[in-house]
Design a protein around this ligand. Structure first.
Ligand code: MG
Length: 272
């Protein structure tokens, strides 16, 4: 896909999320919007995947460590052909396969359970080392929230990954300066995060997380770094492109009304 097509796909996925959470009557729409461009780039261009064979050994892996944002991942998996779009409105229901947090035993295309915050980097490191041991040249991508970086296990994994020179592990920081309780920088802030990952001996880049060509460029650079894991700090906006959700933490977990779904549709109409 071209960068423009990937941008439009990201907005298509954003609208899917609004509709899905509305149908489910529960979910976290705000945190989905900040990683929508990343998810579009990974699933529609950069990752090596086979929707017909979700467990393919040679595939690239993706762990959405901030697992509560899974509606955006489910939208991407559905549109990429891992399962039908008709599954989306069944989010969080007994009839559906889409759990409130990702579960690889229930949903084709999910590589790891997540949502118990902080675990994605450590799980990703295990996968990366396992792949290396088997001479499989796949990459493991992990997305973590900036609030999530308060979890100590992330830094244990960061130390171990550098020690093991896990060049096939690429972590994206979704840096929207919001977490469920408020602004990260007004709480137990981990900022500046760039310098911290660098101090842990990771290869570090900082980009605009809503700029498709910057995301693709950073992935390209990170893949070429073989002797260190990579961290990509993405500056993002929680609720991006849904005007009433943008940088409004009330939308961390909230269900849009029918009227709000229509407002979102109108806002995204020209961007699809
Ligand atoms: Mg955040």
């Amino acid at each position: 896909m071209t960068d423009n097509e990937l941008k439009r796909m990201a907005n298509r996925l954003r609208l899917d999320v609004v509709e899905t959470v509305h149908a489910a009557g529960d979910g976290h729409p705000g945190p989905c919007m900040s990683v929508a461009d990343l998810v579009s780039v990974l699933y529609f261009e950069e990752m090596r995947l086979n929707p017909k064979e979700p467990g393919w050994r040679e595939r690239d892996r993706f762990i959405l460590s901030k697992g509560h944002a899974c509606p955006i991942l489910y939208a991407a998996l559905a549109r990429r052909g891992f399962f039908g779009l008709e599954e989306l409105p069944k989010l969080r229901s007994l009839e559906g396969m889409l759990q409130g947090h990702p579960d690889m035993h229930k949903t084709p295309g999910i590589d790891s359970v997540s949502g118990s915050l902080g675990n994605g980097v450590a799980i990703g490191l295990g996968m990366a080392l396992g792949l290396r041991q088997q001479d499989i040249d796949s990459y493991v991508y992990v997305a973590v929230g900036d609030g999530e970086m308060n979890e100590g296990v992330i830094w244990e994994a960061a130390m171990a990954a550098a020690w093991h020179k896990a060049g096939n592990l690429i972590v994206f920081g979704d840096c929207n300066n919001e977490q469920s309780g408020g602004r990260c920088t007004e709480m137990t802030s981990l900022y500046p995060v760039y310098e911290k990952w660098e101090a842990f001996h990771w290869h570090v880049q900082r980009i605009d997380g809503h700029n498709i060509s910057e995301i693709r460029g950073a992935i390209d650079v990170a893949r070429k770094v073989k002797d260190r894991p990579s961290f990509i700090e993405m500056k993002t906006v929680k609720g991006k492109n849904i005007p009433y959700m943008e940088d409004n933490n009330a939308w961390h977990k909230r269900t849009p009304t029918g009227e709000e779904v229509e407002t979102a549709r109108k806002a995204l109409e020209g961007l699809l």
